[in-house]
Design a protein around this ligand. Structure first.
Ligand code: SF4
Length: 436
């Protein structure tokens, strides 16, 4: 039997699914693709008016998760897993195991279905001691009792998509909740015993101005949430909002105003005691735990309320994924499940792996992925981490890019590694495209 250290995908020899979880994978993403209706800006793999498939979908999901435990032979690999010893790798080893139910709107699932999904996940990654997150839409959270029972099932982190506290904006976005409902859902979640709550907001929204965004920031910093994710609006071409903006029916703030909003967020959240640890993420700083041993004396201490699941992505950990359109990454491969709900259900029912594609990372992919993920973090990418993961020297592979971006004031390089400057965080996409 070969060493079980990579994702195993092979042709069917039995009616079993054929994805074998490698020993030691500690992170699992589960996609729940149902929404009440599609928001005007959303291009995620999510579907409205398909609630009648929930039961069949969860059946399929549980079978896919069970299949992840099925051993299989290893196909050949072009890249071999490096022995990583950098402090980033050690920090990654210190992450809690994680299970993340994202979507879509997982909080649309009735509790018995969530219970079944979690039981199937528990057989792969024990819920005990894990960070277990469920994404929730304030318009679907069914009150304190639902939230209390969710907590009772072992869910210990809630991620709520609030997006705005301005009702006219919420309507333009097509959200199904009001600002008052978002405030009430958050208060219910706190009373239900959730101490670790993330709140998602978007800035650069249609009709939004600086004073309005500032008022939102001032209000939410009094809520004492453990974590905030603040994203600048991205207009995706396939969305109704894009067509409205291009057609001149809706206007959005220009880049300068959006940049100023981001700076105000950094300033006000910092003043309120939040630590920014990633381009779009802040965690309450009064929960700092002693840094892991690997980080002592370095910049690698992270707030304890940082999202461990997302840290697994940014620190290039392996993670499994299940559900329609879900993406997994087991070095040196990525894989994606089929997108459609019905396609997903029928493939699993037929005993086939619901995989749409598997990509083997080339050396160039690996370099780019290491930079694109790692630079999102304020700690950046250390030379040692790049060397361990890629078997090459960062300063040699990207010599001209580092020189150019440093001269532009977007990147800061020292003897340990590279990281975005504050201006670089503001213009992150311009930096990232230089590494692809
Ligand atoms: S609730 Fe979230 S996943 Fe669903 S359509 Fe809106 S933005 Fe997309």
């Amino acid at each position: 039997m070969p060493a079980m250290n990579t994702l195993e995908l092979r042709a069917a020899s039995t009616a079993e699914l054929r994805i074998a979880a490698p020993a030691g994978v500690r992170h699992l993403y589960i996609h729940i693709p149902f929404c009440h209706r599609r928001c005007a800006y959303c291009d995620f793999n999510t579907y409205a008016n398909m609630d009648d498939r929930m039961e069949a979908y969860v059946d399929a999901l549980c079978r896919e998760l069970a299949g992840l435990r099925t051993p299989a032979d290893l196909p050949p690999r072009a890249l071999t897993r490096p022995a990583e010893t950098s402090s980033a790798a050690l920090l990654r080893a210190d992450l809690r195991p994680t299970i993340f139910l994202g979507g879509g709107t997982p909080s649309m699932l009735p509790l018995p279905l969530i219970e079944r999904v979690l039981a199937a996940a528990d057989a792969l990654i024990s819920l005990t001691g894990a960070e277990v997150t469920v994404e929730a839409n304030p318009g679907t959270v069914l009150g304190r009792e639902y939230l209390r029972d969710l907590r009772g099932l072992g869910v210990n982190r809630l991620s709520m998509g609030v997006q705005s506290l301005h009702d006219p904006t919420l309507r333009v976005l097509g959200r199904i909740h009001t600002a008052a409902e978002a405030r009430a859902s958050y208060a219910d979640a706190m009373r239900a015993g959730f101490e670790n709550i993330n709140l998602d907001f978007i800035f650069g929204l249609p009709g939004q101005h600086i004073q309005q965004w500032e008022a939102t920031l001032r209000e939410i910093t009094t809520w004492e949430a453990a974590h905030f994710s603040l994203y600048s609006l991205i207009l995706e071409e396939s969305t109704p909002l894009y067509a409205q903006v291009v057609g001149g029916r809706v206007s959005v703030p220009d880049d300068d105003v959006t940049g100023e909003m981001y700076e105000r967020a950094i300033e006000l959240l910092g003043a309120a005691g939040y630590t920014q640890y990633e381009i779009s993420n802040w965690a309450r700083a009064d929960h700092l735990e002693p840094p892991p041993q690997a980080a002592v004396g370095s910049r690698l201490a992270l707030p304890v309320r940082a999202c461990h699941h997302n840290l697994a992505y940014w620190l290039n950990a392996d993670y499994l994924a299940a559900g329609a359109g879900a993406h997994g990454h087991i070095f040196p491969q990525r894989y994606a499940d089929v997108l459609g709900i019905d396609d997903y259900i029928s493939k699993v029912r037929a005993g086939q792996a619901p995989i749409a594609e598997i990509t083997e990372l080339s050396k160039r992919d690996l370099y780019a992925e290491t930079m694109l993920m790692g630079l999102r973090l304020n700690i950046g990418v250390s030379y040692a981490h790049f060397r361990d993961r890629c078997g090459a020297e960062l300063a040699e592979v990207y010599a001209s890019e580092l020189q150019e971006l440093t001269a532009l004031g977007l990147l800061d390089c020292d003897t340990l590694g590279v990281r975005l400057t504050e201006r670089g965080r503001l213009l992150g996409n311009q930096v990232f495209e230089r590494f692809v």
